[in-house]
Design a protein around this ligand. Sequence first.
Ligand SMILES: *[C@@H]1O[C@H](CO)[C@@H](O)[C@H](O)[C@H]1NC(C)=O
Length: 504
Amino acid sequence: MLAFSRLCTLVTFAALVSGAVVVRQNEIVPPASQGAPAVEVSVPEEGRTTDSGAIVEAAQSVDQKETPGVDELPNQPPPETLPTVVDGRRTGRRTTRRTRTRGSGGGRGGSGGPRNRPRAVEDYVQIFAGTGTGPTDRDASIHGTAYLTYTLVNNATYNVEACLDFCSSVSRCVFANLYYEFNNYGLDFEASEQSNLKCAVYADVHTAAEKTNFGNQQSYPPPAPLIHIQQSGGWALRDLVEPNVPEGYEYVFGPIDFANNAAGYMGFAFLSTYDVDACAHECNQRGADAVGGSCKFFNIWRAVVDGNPTTYTCSMYFQTTDESTATNGGQGSLEVTYSRGYRRINYVIDGGFEGYQDCSDFCFTTSYANWVGTSPPGGTLDATIFHFQPYARTGTGAALLGSATGVDNLQGTMSPAAALNTVAGRQYKIEFYQSSAFSGPTLEAGSRIDVLWNGNLVLELRPGFTQWERHSVDVTAVGGDTLAFYGGAAPAWSFIDDVSAYLL
Ligand SMILES: *[C@@H]1O[C@H](CO)[C@@H](O)[C@H](O)[C@H]1NC(C)=O
């Protein structure tokens, strides 16, 4: 089939080919005549699917649960979200919080950071109540994930309003736990607030099942009684805050109760809170996969183990996907909740040259809606786009540098048809794949590609004979930037495919 169609094309292009001196001498059939590459190009693998077993195993053993410490200072700014586990290994990174040293007195820390939007007490709903304030009543505070900070509120009354106001002032707070802590020496004598009414705030909602901190620490010198807790109530935001889409990403799906199970899996991190920006950061800084390149998609979800929030999973992928591949609802005692998917924006439109579909099998052009190829004066077809699956790394489209008919050895230029929708001052990673294998090792020795960013040379490749290989270069944008690939020297042709520019 292939041989037959090649024969027909050969006849069609007979006139052109006869003029290609170099090509004729070497008996190479040029790309314009549908020549076969000297080396069969291997199709890249899809990559592995999500290793949910490893995620479940790590989630069973990770401990991200906290309660305010006995001597922890109030009003500290909430910590940054940290990765606690990366690819199954503990990072050893834990939030450090300042504690009271005896005799130093209390101190006021920084503010809670910016608010998402103004909130009122009516925006909260009570999740559970305390168990009473009688002399023998005992209760427990929440020991749970995503603890942010705490404050001491005036204990003249059980001051729910002041506590919810505090939550509203703390970025990412969605839940508050208000309780009395008795027999804490620091609260009774050293804190300037002169209150034992603690308001602990969290970036996740907890239930009465997680009231497991009964105190029982010795704060006063013995034989004084141990710390005990009373009247521990919990309030959550009525509408959980919809996270902002991270810069450089698009929102794809969620929140649903299924985690992504697609191919192109690169690994996972557990985060200390449900933080889409922190997950985007993990994706951006993850090293490129040998086959699939940069991280292009992430799935963030909350792991609930035995009914309680346990960790926040950030899974990363080098292939983009959608809700149809989110099929993992959990395993055993682990449930998937609040699963959302985000796609990394490729600022190069149609970087795979797939928009060129002018034929069903084999055709080529110097330009179409998304890309433009130009030849230097006197050059012929020195930069072209092909629709032909055997020339493409993925799909059916690829760009060619070097005269498609082989009639000259001049360099052509391939550029996106429009300037990139980039933002001045931001850094982008340009990534693409190059193959200079068409004519075999000898004739491809002189292959050459220059990458130009706003006309400036940012990457110079002299790859020789190379099968599809990933290349990347980081650039700074001025806004509305232009990208160009300049090169080829037939018969040292270069194919280019899967071009991308990602915000770093
Ligand atoms: C308020 O807190 C202070 C400091 O711990 C304590 O001495 C006092 O007894 C508390 N008052 C009430 C009404 O619980």
